[in-house]
Design a binder for this molecule. Structure first.
Ligand code: FES
Ligand SMILES: [Fe+2]
Length: 364
């Protein structure tokens, strides 16, 4: 498969409207896409001491990562082996053992069943057969990722060229965490992905940005090594929004991870599907304050600007979602010059659902 060609002609067809709300398509995507990729679940600074954990959800799979007594990071499905109760309920915290909140089955930090009230381990059941279901875990740039699939690339191979690109910018562990923005939206994850992979909408949707980032200063292209769309950005000077200046590099990493590198800050946004018609956005910000001050801006300005832009993007995606579901629109055409990234994104979706992306997808 060529990832950068245009197999459907010079102005390729969009994905069918049905794919943006059909529960069967979403069920296939969960298996063929979401369970096969890496997802950030925690920041390393949340998991410094043993028993520290952070929890999240990967397209409907509740999951958490935790630091063991041996110092190792591990990941587990947040699902008790008794009757599927939750182990951790907080988004982040610290515990000495993992005790299910339903009937009190207790696991150690390595996920091994240690006690089950009303049952005798070794007689009623073998503890070794009821360990928590593990996830793959790996770290990069101060971020802890998890993957549900045992097969597939390791984290560095999955990131591909992003690893080298990141080396040209300040590293996350050298900056201070500034906070997060979360937003829930009534749009399919692909509506948000389509939008995030192009700059075509910027002038009309982000009227503030349109003035500060003229088109010719953003070079958008697909990268095959890592399967992402890169936006190489040179900001125009702006008195109205000093947070946007200098050089930057934005990434839309398939299927749902946005990374924004700049001379003095980094932020990531995770596009988490919560159903065929809904999405949850989580965005984390880091900043090197002294570099930001030297550039005449601040972390606060960057967060405020990002919040405004996210709100504008989500608003248009929710309106598009309503129209995709209305039953009049079936399919459109994409601009081969203005929507290069969206064309690539949609090719990756098709390839994953067709099973032509290298490995046959697991059966739903
Ligand atoms: S579901 Fe966990 S103890 Fe019952
Ligand atoms: Fe946008």
């Amino acid at each position: 498969m060529s990832l950068t060609g245009h197999p459907n002609g010079p102005a390729p067809e969009t994905l069918p409207a049905l794919w943006y709300h059909d529960p069967e398509v979403y069920a296939r995507e969960r298996q063929a896409i979401f369970r096969r990729h890496w997802w950030p679940l925690a920041r390393e600074d949340q998991l410094v001491s043993s028993g520290a954990y952070a929890a999240g959800e990967i397209a409907g799979w509740p999951a958490f990562v935790i630091r063991g007594k041996d110092g190792e990071l591990r990941g587990f499905h947040n699902v008790c082996r008794h009757r599927a109760g939750p182990l951790v309920r907080e988004a982040a915290g610290r515990c000495a053992a993992l005790t299910c909140r339903y009937h009190g089955w207790r696991y150690d930090l390595e996920g091994r069943l240690k006690s089950a009230p009303g049952l005798t381990l070794g007689e009623d059941l073998e503890a070794a057969e009821f360990s928590l279901h593990p996830l793959r875990v790996a770290s990069w740039n101060g971020l802890v990722f998890a993957c549900l699939d045992d097969a597939g690339p390791d984290l560095a191979a999955w990131l591909g060229d992003i690893v080298a690109i990141a080396e040209g910018f300040p590293a996350v562990p050298d900056m201070a965490f500034q906070g997060e923005i979360v937003k829930a939206g009534a749009a399919n994850w692909k509506a948000y992905g389509d939008n995030s992979c192009e700059g075509y909408h910027v002038k009309l949707v982000h009227t503030g940005l349109g003035k500060t980032v003229p088109d010719e200063q953003v070079e958008i292209r697909p990268y095959e090594n890592g399967a992402f769309i890169g936006f190489d950005v040179t900001y125009a000077p702006s008195a109205a929004d000093p947070s946007r200046r200098g050089k930057g590099f934005w990434v839309y990493k398939f299927p749902g991870l946005l990374l924004h590198f700049s001379d003095f800050a980094f932020n990531l946004e995770i596009v988490i599907p919560t159903g065929p018609r809904t999405v949850f956005l989580r965005r984390w910000f880091w900043c090197a304050e002294e570099l930001a001050t030297a550039a005449g801006t601040s972390a606060r300005a960057a967060i405020d600007s990002a919040e405004q832009v996210m709100g504008e993007d989500l608003e248009i995606c929710e309106l598009v979602q309503k129209n995709l579901e209305a039953g009049v629109y079936e399919c459109g055409r994409l601009s081969p010059t203005e929507e290069v990234g969206t064309i690539f994104f949609q090719q990756l979706v098709r390839a994953a659902l067709d099973g032509t992306d290298g490995d046959p997808p697991s059966a739903p």
